[in-house]
Design a protein around this ligand. Structure first.
Ligand SMILES: [Zn+2]
Length: 98
């Protein structure tokens, strides 16, 4: 397959999206898993839609660790869950633009 511009694929629903609609997760050199809101951190990255449903799937099925080839620490996971909950709150407040 020919490589064109980098495609970003949500690790939960497998849909490709524009950069702004996907949230980047990064594995830091120390082996932590963080939400990379700037999209500029170096390290292995994975993408999830800004859709809480995708986060639930990814967290439940441990897809983040698999995509980043690391086992997230309990603290990392707690932060990811927190981020997912925040998305859920935002999602509830704002009408969907989909
Ligand atoms: Zn998705």
């Amino acid at each position: 397959m020919a490589r064109k511009k980098p495609q970003r694929t949500c690790i939960a629903c497998r849909q490709t999206g524009e950069k702004r609609t996907l949230i980047r997760l990064v594995r830091t050199p120390e082996g932590h898993v963080l939400v990379d809101e700037t999209g500029k951190r170096s390290g292995r990255g994975a993408y999830l839609c800004a859709d809480p449903a995708c986060w639930q799937v990814a967290l439940k099925e441990r897809r983040i660790g698999r995509a980043l080839r690391v086992t997230p620490s309990p603290q990392d996971l707690a932060q990811l869950h927190e981020y997912a909950e925040e998305l859920e709150r935002k999602h509830a407040e704002e009408p969907s633009q989909a």
